[in-house]
Design a binder for this molecule. Structure first.
Ligand code: XIL
Length: 355
């Protein structure tokens, strides 16, 4: 509560001006009790003109065994929500011509009930595609029409409810070349522009992002993304931002993070940290969790230093529910809340960086 002292002094000073002091000079008015929620991350971020977010899913998380605890921390701390899986192609479009919005709609309703915005994730990606699509026999024209129809229907469905979309996710390899994905193999590199154009037509107000990993620092891959998004922007394809996933190993935040965000911002694009987590070797130690806290602070500070960086989203928020241990064997504890929803050193470093 040390951070409150200056404000309390101000409050007391005003009380003294307004009411005068009692005969013995003492001021009886106490500062009102302040709800800790007023100082949750989302309030601190809002005061800095930023949003702070987390990824979650409807069924597994909001309705899971920890539902109440999960929902209350999510709503208390965050003002931006990314569906971790619920808006992926296979979830929304499980059979040709069949869309299933039930889980994603409920996640959006949760966000809106709690005054959170929604980042749509993701329209065109090489993973989590339904079998009917990847196993089908299609011409290039078929695939292009399927992709555009998917984008049009989904973006239309969420028009006015989703503020920004990851339109294309992970289109590049680490060497900066186009990834040989279902989309690239069917359509060549033009699929990226086609996707943005379709999304922009469906919702001209949504901010449309290119999103990727290993592009947080300046390197061959981020150079290539830079060239890609610069070209899209010049061609008026409707791109509005670049998402930097930021799945880091502890002590692995690139020193060029801020400089890199700045060069993308200078193109007139928004830049957002979209999937932040900082994994540590298991079991974690007090030292590794302190190092992790320092890494989170670096990311928040870099975003705050760049005017066009308007959001930082974590890929989950509790170590109980994180994709990390299942994908990076031997690593985990990557998020700012522990498995019992307790605040870790990383929580407080984010808190202090936002303050
Ligand atoms: C991951 C989810 O967290 C997992 O639950 C799912 O099994 C696979 O996808 N980059 C992305 C995210 O853009 O969509 C991925 O999410 C993590 C890496």
């Amino acid at each position: 509560m040390r951070h409150l002292q200056p404000m309390w002094r101000l409050t007391l000073a005003c009380v003294v001006c307004a009411c005068g002091s009692s005969a013995d000079g003492s001021v009886t008015t106490q500062p009102p009790p302040i709800s800790p929620d007023t100082f949750a991350l989302r309030a601190l971020a809002a005061a800095r003109g930023r949003r702070i977010g987390a990824a979650a899913d409807h069924g597994y998380h909001l309705q899971g065994s920890d539902g109440n605890a999960f929902r209350s921390v999510l709503a208390r701390e965050f003002n931006l929500l990314t569906p971790e899986n619920d808006m992926k192609f296979d979830h929304l479009h499980p059979a040709q011509g069949t869309f299933n919005y039930v889980h994603a709609d409920s996640l959006v309703a949760f966000a809106e009930a709690n005054n959170m915005k929604v980042r749509g994730h993701t329209l065109v990606w090489h993973q989590q595609l339904p079998g009917w699509l990847t196993a089908g026999t299609w011409t290039a024209r078929d695939v292009s029409l399927i992709m555009q129809d998917h984008i049009t229907q989904v973006v239309n469905h969420y028009k006015g409810h989703v503020v920004s979309w990851d339109v294309v996710n992970e289109a590049l390899n680490d060497d900066g070349r186009m990834r040989a994905s279902f989309w690239f193999n069917s359509l060549g590199r033009s699929y990226v522009e086609t996707a943005f154009t379709a999304a922009h037509l469906a919702d001209p107000d949504a901010i449309l992002f290119y999103n990727d990993y290993n592009i947080e620092g300046i390197n061959a891959k981020s150079d290539s993304v830079y060239a890609l998004v610069q070209a899209l922007k010049l061609r008026g394809a409707g791109i509005g931002g670049v998402g930097f996933q930021a799945h880091f190993q502890v002590n692995g935040v690139p020193p060029t993070l801020q400089q890199n965000l700045e060069r993308f911002a200078a193109l007139g694009l928004k830049v957002e940290i979209t999937e932040l987590d900082v994994r540590v070797p298991l079991p974690s130690t007090p030292q590794s969790l302190r190092d992790q806290a320092a890494d989170y602070a670096k990311v928040i500070s870099a975003c705050l230093a760049v005017a066009n960086c308007d959001a930082v989203v974590m890929w989950g928020f509790t170590d109980k529910e994180s994709w990390v241990p299942s994908v990076f064997s031997g690593w985990g504890d990557a998020l700012p809340f522990d498995a019992s929803y307790g605040k870790k050193p990383a929580y407080w470093s984010i808190y202090n960086a936002l303050k």
